[in-house]
Structure formats: C-alpha cells, structure tokens
Design a protein around this ligand. Structure first.
Ligand SMILES: C[S@@+](CC[C@H](N)C(=O)[O-])C[C@H]1O[C@@H](n2cnc3c(N)ncnc32)[C@H](O)[C@@H]1O
Length: 288
C-alpha cells in the first residue's frame, strides 16, 4: 500500500505545472516556443492538441519576435490583462483550439467564416490552417489586433456592430459566423441588450450575412455592463436550446445550424434596422 501511495504521489508530482500555476496567465514577451510547450500540457483532447500544434507551428517566428519588440514598452507599462495579453499566443491557441474542436474546424468541409469581434485572431488562425476562408471583423483600436491579423495573414474588415445599423457595405455572406466573448451588446447608456435586441440583431445577421444552410456560433461574455457584474444572457442560450442549437450550459455557448434563416417569432422584437432612431444613430457616429 505504501508503495502504491508513493507511486500515486510520484505520478501526480511528475505532471508538469500549468503555466499559470503562479497566478500569471499572460506573458506576452516570453519566447513563443516556451509558451507553446507550457500551455500544450493542459490540453487533454487529441484532436484539440493536433489543432493547437498545427497553428503554433504556422506562426512566423521572426515576424512574431519583431512584434514582441514593437509592443515591449506597452506590455511593460501595463498589467497582464491589458490588450497586449493577446500577443501571448499560446493561452489563446489553447482556448481557441477548444472552440475549433467544438465546431469541427478540422473535419468540416472548407467553408467561409466571419468572426465578429475577432480580437487577436487566434481562432481564425486555426481555421485558416485547415483551409477555411476566414475574415475578421473588429474595431480599429487597439492596434495590436490588426497587427496580429497581419502576422497570421488574415483579412480584416474594420468597424463594429452598431445598435440598429447594418454591418459595413460589402462585408458579404459566410457559411459560419462566430461571435465569441462579445462586448458589442450595449446600448448608448451602457445597459446591455436583452433578448429582444439579440432577436433583432440575429434575425438580421442570419438573413443578410449567413448562407443557408448556415451556422451561427455564439459564446457569450459576462463582460461590460454598467455594474461590471452582469451575468450571461441565459435567456438567449435557452432560446437557442429550444430552437435546435447545441448548447453548453456551463459556458453559455450555442451552436445553431440551420437550413433556412431562423426567425424569432416567439420573441417580441422589431427589425434590426428600425431599432435605432436617428438621434441614436447620430450619437453612435459621434462616439466612434
Ligand atoms: C473580449 S474580446 C473577444 C475577442 C475574441 N472574440 C476572443 O474570443 O478571443 C471582445 C472583442 O470585441 C471587439 N469589439 C468591441 N466592440 C465591438 C463592436 N461594436 N463590434 C464588433 N466588435 C467589437 C473588441 O475589439 C474585441 O476584439
């Protein structure tokens, strides 16, 4: 028994420590390969690990090191949660290879993908490695997002979701639209959208920007509301579950595949493009 106990202890102790075991998740200035090796150890799923390895191998080391130097001062002047956290590719490759696994990015036929609020582009970088035609849609600020897209060679449309307004002209239609960790769902007074506004937006998005048959993925964010303690909008996840989406209730995600664009007939709402009055539109324009 004592031998068994020692063996168990030994096995446990020999497991490499998580790279964030000391409480620091992001280290954007450390060598990429060290970070990739460290974060690889937390991945338990084989398909996820294969996607992680492939995207990590695809990064141009020289260009990445140059980017680290360009942002050195900004990283050193801020805490680890500043926007420059996205420069630390490995933890994001780990997180987004999980999402890629969920969406069968490695096995689905090549398709077109739009990521709304794409951030550092790590999810799209994985999808691109598997032959998908990827586009990022995001705000022009902060610059690090655009620089990471250039590193990955990903096309990016600059702009944002604006309450009651169409997406930019010419953004096009996609087979899969991904919204992960959104923070655009706020009104001008910084209160968050309710299900009615999501209904307006998603009905518009699916009809105008997703091919049918098509696929919409949403991974909700608690994020920025006026109290900073807003919960996930569970009503949206429940709506998805009731309409055939695969949902993860522990993470507030929904993956909706459809043959014809979904309508939200069971949710009282108005068409997205009639949601904002002229004063709201003018105020949005002034604030961007
Ligand atoms: C929490 S980050 C999530 C980034 C990325 N999707 C991920 O999962 O790592 C939120 C993203 O939304 C973007 N964003 C902020 N306002 C937006 C808007 N109005 N429309 C579209 N994207 C927006 C931010 O620039 C940022 O890239």
């Amino acid at each position: 028994m004592a031998v068994l106990k020692r063996f168990r202890r030994g096995t446990k102790n020999s497991k490499p420590l998580r790279p964030d075991a000391d409480g620091v998740t992001y280290r954007p200035l450390e060598p990429l390969d060290d970070r990739v090796t460290g974060w690889r150890t937390v991945i338990e799923d084989d398909r996820q690990r294969t996607m992680y390895d492939r995207v990590a191998a695809s990064v141009d080391r020289e260009a990445y090191a140059a980017l680290q130097e360009r942002y050195r001062d900004e990283v050193e002047a801020n805490d680890q949660f500043h926007f420059t956290k996205y420069l630390d590719l490995a933890p994001w490759f780990m997180i987004h290879s999980r999402l890629a696994r969920l969406l069968d990015i490695d096995t689905r036929p090549a398709c077109s993908i739009l990521d709304i609020g794409a951030g550092g582009g790590q999810f799209l970088a994985i999808a691109q490695c598997y032959g998908h035609d990827v586009t990022a849609f995001d705000q022009s600020h902060p610059a690090v997002y655009g620089d990471l897209m250039k590193l990955f060679g990903i096309d990016r449309v600059e702009g944002g979701v604006r309450y009651g307004e169409p997406l930019p002209d010419g953004i096009g239609r996609y087979d899969l639209v991904v919204i992960n960790g959104q923070i655009f769902d706020t009104r001008l007074d910084r209160t968050r959208w309710d299900l009615t506004e999501w209904a307006s937006f998603l009905e518009y998005l699916c009809a105008e920007h997703i091919n049918a048959p098509g696929n919409l993925f949403i991974g909700l964010n608690k994020s920025v509301g006026p109290t900073e303690t807003e919960d996930y909008l569970w009503r949206l996840i429940e709506w998805g579950a009731a309409h055939g989406a695969s949902v993860e209730r522990n993470r507030a995600t929904m993956d909706l595949k459809f043959d014809t664009p979904p309508t939200f007939d069971d949710v009282p709402h108005v068409p997205w493009l009639s949601l904002a009055d002229d004063s709201t539109k003018a105020a949005q324009k002034a604030s961007t």
